[in-house]
Design a protein around this ligand. Structure first.
Ligand SMILES: [Zn+2]
Length: 271
């Protein structure tokens, strides 16, 4: 599932490739991912010029010339591709947006995902993006501390993954920042010292920014189908059960933390 770094990479590429292009036709063969009937979606999109695309949590938001937006969430196993003019784009599970010159954008879903038409401001809200918390990369250390102070009873890992509290971090990027900051994922936010909160804030930014610089995860694809460069070698403890902690050598453990699994060093991250 793409998280903040992968969505940021896609947003940058979409803006560079698609800004200023006008939608000529829309073909929906996967209507389940839409928030409106397929005919309404096609009518609302056709003729619109695409503006900037920005990352918002795990969503891509592209402004449309009519004042609304196109909101895409790749969910689990979804792909978003740009196709140059003349390239074959049929697929059994996709929404295809074609431009005047024959180029196209396709959103393909193997399991679930969303392609939503968002009304212009003042004409309705888009609940899934309206409820999102701030981006960890858009917060100062003080703002992060204030945010944490509002959720003292939350477990620190569930806080990091709660999109309404902090948007964009999922189970991949929620692992190593806790190890870097030496914090057990099940500790309550209210039990963290200011130093620990600052270490967590810095670690979170480091991990996310490192992945963005490497164009996201190795098992995710960008707008042109290329894999990212952030992979197993970059993980400290994530998905390394049984291996040695890079800091102290203790065996990394995989534990259940609510609905997710966490990878921790039992010596560096004491509950
Ligand atoms: Zn350790």
């Amino acid at each position: 599932m793409p998280e903040l770094p992968e969505i940021t990479v896609l947003a940058t590429q979409m803006t560079a490739e698609l800004k200023g292009r006008t939608i000529g036709a829309v073909d929906v063969v996967q209507p389940k991912c839409l928030n409106v009937p397929a005919e309404e979606f096609a009518r609302g999109m056709t003729g619109q010029m695409l503006g900037e695309t920005r990352q918002r949590g795990k969503w891509l938001l592209t402004s449309l010339s009519g004042g609304g937006s196109l909101a895409i969430n790749l969910g689990m196993g979804g792909d978003l591709y740009y196709h140059a003019p003349g390239v074959e784009t049929t697929h059994p599970y996709q929404v295809r947006v074609a431009f005047g010159d024959g180029a196209a954008l396709t959103a393909r879903f193997w399991w679930f995902g969303h392609v939503h038409l968002v009304p212009p401001p003042g004409q309705g809200t888009h609940e899934p993006t309206a409820v999102l918390g701030p981006s960890p990369l858009g917060l100062s250390a003080e703002e992060f501390e204030r945010l944490a102070a509002g959720s003292r009873a939350s477990g620190v890992k569930s806080f990091l993954l709660d999109q309404r509290k902090l948007a964009g971090v999922g189970n991949v990027y929620g692992q190593d920042p806790l190890w870097l900051a030496r914090i057990h994922p099940l500790r309550k936010l209210g039990s963290l010292s200011t130093e620990e909160l600052r270490a967590l804030y810095a670690a979170l930014r480091t991990v996310l920014e490192t992945s963005i610089a490497k164009r996201g995860l190795q098992y995710e694809r960008d707008l042109y189908g290329a894999a990212g460069g952030y992979g197993r070698d970059d993980y400290a403890v994530a998905y390394r059960e049984g291996e040695a902690c890079p800091r102290c050598g203790a065996a990394i453990e995989k534990i259940k933390t609510g609905g997710t699994s966490s990878f921790v060093c039992p010596a560096c991250q004491v509950r």
